[in-house]
Write a protein that binds this ligand. Structure first.
Ligand code: NAP
Length: 266
């Protein structure tokens, strides 16, 4: 299995996770989404990312159905609280509801976006959730380094274990600041929209490099992300052939020269 160890998580997770945004919106696609998630897990992508906001909780329900026959200890389940639920009592309630829909505890609970609620109030609720065992780790999504440090300063018995932001071979806002910070601090960096909604499938440079490895442009894009130490990309795929292709980004690495060519020329 292709995994990465993170000091702040105290464990390894799969080097690629499964995204679920939009799953559950179209009920006629439920079975296909569950099958795609199961296939991804079978092939070693044992981290799943969801959120209470996705399809108003239905995405979490589908994740719950997809994971129920797997060994829970092998999985890493991530979900998020929406900023309108960032008050102390609301965070506790939202986590309880997410956990009920998932049918299990939450390995990593993220504040989905910065909110107007004082961050220390939200972090206080997160610490309470760790204490009760409903969540294992605390993280942030759509935060810069300043915001991460503000949240860390509030925490008494825990630390921020992960950050999830938008990052892809063509969208690299975090390359020089948030990602090196995550690496230095032993945090996981989850890269969302890692294949630019599938648009990278048509990229000529990725195609040319992929030919050397017998890999597709999408597999090269995802592998480029995996090559960056703290980064775990979380592509979403509701089609089995997409999930199989994406998981084929694990188990090998681009050469340093090819990594640099993508960095410099894309
Ligand atoms: P993405 O993963 O870059 O792209 C998903 C789209 O690409 C889907 O339409 C999917 O189609 C298609 N696709 C998947 N594999 C493909 C392949 N091998 N070839 C061609 N097309 C392929 O974008 P995303 O969904 O925005 O981001 C991924 C995940 O990150 C989300 O699902 C969510 O879990 C998370 N996310 C988090 C935030 C945040 O604020 N924290 C924001 C956005 C996303 P099919 O579904 O038809 O297979």
């Amino acid at each position: 299995m292709d995994t990465k160890f993170f000091k702040k998580l105290g464990r390894s997770v799969s080097s690629l996770g499964l995204g679920t945004w939009r799953m559950g919106e179209d009920k006629s696609m439920d079975d296909a989404c569950i099958a795609a998630l199961k296939r991804g897990i079978e092939l070693g992508a044992t981290m799943i990312d969801t959120a209470e906001i996705y399809a108003n909780g239905r995405s979490e329900e589908l994740v719950g159905k997809a994971i129920k026959d797997f060994d829970r200890d092998e999985l890493f389940i991530v979900t998020k609280v929406w900023p309108t639920h960032a008050r102390y009592e609301d965070v506790l309630k939202a986590a309880k509801e997410s956990s009920r829909r998932l049918g299990t505890h939450i390995d990593l609970y993220l504040l989905h976006w910065p909110s107007d609620i004082p961050i220390c109030e939200t972090m206080r609720a997160m610490e309470e959730l760790v204490k009760t065992g409903l969540i294992r780790h605390i993280g942030l999504s759509n935060f810069d380094v300043k915001g991460i440090e503000e949240a860390r300063a509030c925490l008494k018995n825990n630390d921020i274990a992960a950050v999830q932001n938008r990052f892809s071979p063509t969208y690299r806002k975090d390359y020089s600041e948030v990602i090196p910070y995550a690496k230095k601090e032993g945090m996981m960096y989850m890269a969302y929209t890692p294949i630019e909604k599938g648009a990278l499938a048509g990229n000529r440079l990725l195609k040319k490099i992929g030919e050397k490895y017998g890999k597709t442009p999408i597999q090269v894009a995802l592998n480029w992300l995996i090559c960056i130490e703290p980064v775990v990309p979380i592509p979403k795929a509701s089609r089995i052939e997409h999930v199989e292709e994406n998981v084929g980004a694990m188990g090998w690495r681009l050469s340093q020269e090819d990594f640099a060519e993508i960095l410099n020329r894309l």
